[in-house]
Design a protein around this ligand. Structure first.
Ligand code: DGJ
Length: 752
């Protein structure tokens, strides 16, 4: 049993296979946090708590005359507001009488089988009976505001989810100014925090720093989870590494603005609060109304960052992603964006299809520019009907011709947006978000449709589903190419305008839910100018997301490295593009581009007609390698073997859960003239098993293997390559001396 209540001591304990989370109702009704860490047995951890009389700390009335009880030093599950806890709070509220106060006390709790769900919001779901739910109800006795704290326990997956439902049971309306999903206190420790920052075309750069005495805020006020920060933070021991030390993850299942705050206080206690962005947030709760926060996925690993990542990978693959393509292999695609940009027609697309079919590619995706008057990114968004000048035969005939070549057909859309130069805007200018009396802020010369409006969603559903019904479409790339501003909806009264950002996302989820349910056979891929909405919320509707508009494989190494901390490779949209690369001008070998893209969903984004015969041959080989390694890449354990800029190469590995095989990938990011010998240590193997090197790509893939003398080359070629798992994990594998344009090598080992 994952959730245990000890009535006598008022202890609530949540166990997962390797972790324990414990809280206690104290004599005054505060729900105090006691412990989150390695799995315990039946221990009561309340002995850890100690109260002192602290200067300038407030003492609650019930404790009078004690001066040692204080919310300001108490580890709590969900704080009040304005009542003596001066650290970051979980909630901010203005009550009907104008006061700014909330003070919660335990009322009751309930343990339920199964995993709770959240109306209108994505959340992790249980397969069979794998999860349990705890709901603890806290209540403010003065305003009758209730906070139901939801805990979902995925015992075998070492994940505990959190969400909060706020209920106004008082007589007067109140205004929520902040409503976090989670608060966790760590009363002691020496912590680093890790977050993933970036920009367009360079997302999810991992940054780690010791947590000083301040509030560190990671967030987005862009109405999207954003390129700039990802809604995932890690708190870990200062000493923690990939394989050792305590590590805690907090991932928000949400695609809009968010805020994660980490505070190290005066006594070195650390508090993590995470949830919706509260900047310009104000949600009115009338009598009897409720508000559900988005969910946070919380995980703990006592032995480092790698197992923490594995917990997230498994949960996202099995309990967030849904639908037909949750498990089915997704087609290897070619996307015409970097091949043609807006400059294409029927003929050029079919030429790409011909070449792609010949290479063994399985689907052609027609990107931006196929609809309305869309010859650049300045016009046309909103007009979801085919551009007859570019595609005179119509979309259906084009798709059929692509199908006739043995390829599935996929299509790009950007439904949430409108250009002023469009029929839609001319008809419905009021559908765009805009503040009365002000001209809306343009970005990429586009405006944002008010997704909180039902009529907007109805129009979009009708026009997009018409396309999906009338054409043989197997895949949709759902783009969103700007940050949101002008958060004002003409549908809402003045006092409700602080709700627009969240209502937008609720509307988006409603629309995505309806569309994906209506077309269950279509593979949806999320995208937001690359990775501006790479989050677990989007993954609930589409099992993969275009990871970045930067397709340079050397940059991608760092982007995919950062992404791997929280998200499995099955979610990472990655393509082989042309050389020189369009974003950086860098030339890399096609083998290297293949090795990097293969660690994601895998596809191509180039004009195959411009490739040399050698490159085409390489592509055929890549496709067969990807198919061969597919299940290992999709569901094997992912190991980061190096960090960016640590050495002259980057290495990562996929190892089968049962230890039967593994694939090591290495890219030489800085090929050396006179290199230090490199021995990369494998991970996740069975120590006593014998492993045979089944294949290793090198020379034949375009890299030049240099040995210095012929005997060494001979010895290398002829050596028998069978080693114990122990040898490979302890001694490592010696890499060849590779030269060329960022050469790469893949080494596949199988149990002998
Ligand atoms: C941004 C995407 O990330 C690109 O892949 C491409 O689809 C463009 N938008 C099209 O406008």
């Amino acid at each position: 049993m994952g959730i245990i209540f000890d009535k006598e001591n008022k202890l609530l304990t949540l166990h997962t296979e390797h972790s324990t989370y414990q809280m206690q109702v104290d004599p005054y009704g505060f729900l105090q946090h006691l412990y989150y860490g390695d799995r315990l047995d039946t221990e009561d951890m309340s002995y850890l708590r100690m109260n002192f009389d602290r200067a300038c700390a407030g003492n609650p009335d019930e404790a009078y005359p004690s001066r040692t009880v204080s919310a300001n030093t108490m580890p709590q599950e969900y704080t009040g507001y304005g009542v003596g806890d001066y650290r970051i709070n979980s909630i901010a509220v203005q009550n009907g009488d104008g006061s700014y106060a909330a003070d919660f006390r335990y009322e009751k709790h309930e343990i339920r089988p199964g995993k709770y769900s959240i109306p209108g919001l994505p959340a992790a779901y249980a397969n069979g009976g794998e999860a349990e739910t705890l709901v603890v109800t806290l209540k403010d006795p003065v305003t009758d505001l209730k906070a139901e704290l939801y805990y979902g326990v995925f015992e075998k997956k070492d994940v505990i989810t959190r969400a909060v439902r706020l209920i106004n049971e008082g007589e007067k309306p109140l205004r929520l100014l902040k409503a976090a999903s989670l608060c966790v206190d760590f009363p002691y420790g020496n912590w680093d925090s890790i977050h993933f920052h970036g920009k367009h075309a360079l997302e999810k750069q991992m940054e780690r720093s010791p947590l000083g005495h301040l509030v560190k805020t990671v967030g987005s006020n862009r109405g999207t989870s954003s390129h700039q920060q990802n809604p995932f933070v890690i708190l870990c021991d200062h000493e923690a590494g990939e394989d050792h030390g305590a590590a805690y993850g907090f991932m928000l299942v949400y695609s809009g603005g968010f805020k994660a705050e980490l505070e190290r206080d005066q006594f070195d206690s650390v508090r993590v609060v995470m949830g919706l962005q509260d900047d310009a947030f104000c949600w009115t709760l009338d009598k009897g109304e409720t508000f559900f926060t988005p969910e946070v996925l919380m995980s703990y690993a006592g032995n480092g960052l790698t197992p923490l990542s594995h917990n997230y990978h498994r949960l996202i693959r099995e309990n967030i992603c849904r639908g037909k393509y949750k498990n089915a292999r997704r087609p290897i695609l070619i996307n015409n964006w970097e091949a043609t940009y807006f400059d294409f027609n029927e003929e050029s697309i079919l030429k790409i299809a011909d070449e792609a079919a010949d290479l063994g590619i399985e689907m052609l995706v027609l990107d931006d520019g196929w609809f309305g008057v869309r010859n650049s990114d300045n016009t046309g968004l909103g007009d979801w009907f085919v551009n007859a000048e570019k595609i005179p035969c119509g979309l259906r005939a084009l798709a059929q011709q692509v199908n006739a070549r043995g390829l599935k057909f996929g299509l790009w859309i950007e439904p949430e947006m409108v250009n002023e130069e469009s029929q839609l805007y001319r008809k419905h200018p009021e559908w765009a978000l805009q503040v009365p009396g002000r001209r809306p802020v343009r970005s990429r010369n586009q405006l944002v449709l008010d997704m909180s409006r039902q009529d907007v969603r109805d129009y979009l559903f009708d026009s997009i589903s018409k396309i999906l019904r009338e054409n043989p479409i197997a895949y949709i790339k759902w783009d969103m190419n700007r940050s949101i501003s002008d958060m004002y909806s003409v549908m809402l009264q003045a006092e409700h305008q602080g709700e627009v950002a969240h209502r937008y996302i609720l509307g988006l989820y409603d629309f995505m839910g309806k569309l994906t349910e209506t077309f269950p056979d279509i593979l949806f891929e999320g995208c937001s100018g690359g990775g501006a909405r790479f989050d677990a919320g989007i993954l609930y509707y589409s099992p993969q997301i275009w990871c970045s508009d930067d397709t340079d494989p050397i940059h991608r190494l760092n982007i995919q490295y950062g992404t791997s901390f929280g998200y499995p490779s099955s979610t990472v949209g990655a393509h082989v593009s042309a050389a020189p690369n369009h974003q950086t001008g860098r030339t890399t070998q096609i083998n290297t581009r293949g090795v990097v893209a293969m660690s994601g969903t895998f596809g191509y984004e180039l004009d195959p007609g411009k490739l040399s015969d050698e490159d085409k041959q390489q592509i055929r080989k890549q496709i067969s390698s990807f198919k061969k390694y597919y299940s290992l890449i999709r569901s094997g354990r992912y190991y980061r073997l190096t960090a960016p800029h640590q050495n002259y190469y980057m290495a990562w590995e996929f190892a089968a859960e049962d230890g039967s095989e593994a694939l090591m990938n290495i890219v030489y990011t800085d090929p050396q003239p006179n290199p230090t010998l490199v021995h990369v240590k494998w991970k996740g193997l069975e120590a006593d098993a014998l492993y045979r090197v089944e294949s290793k790509s090198s020379e034949e893939d375009g890299s030049f293997v240099h040995f210095g003398n012929p005997e060494e080359a001979d010895r290398y070629e002829k050596r028998s390559e069978t080693y114990t798992g122990r040898a490979l994990m302890q001694g490592g594998y010696t890499l060849p001396w590779l030269l060329g344009d960022y050469p790469a090598i893949q080494i596949h080992i199988v149990k002998a």
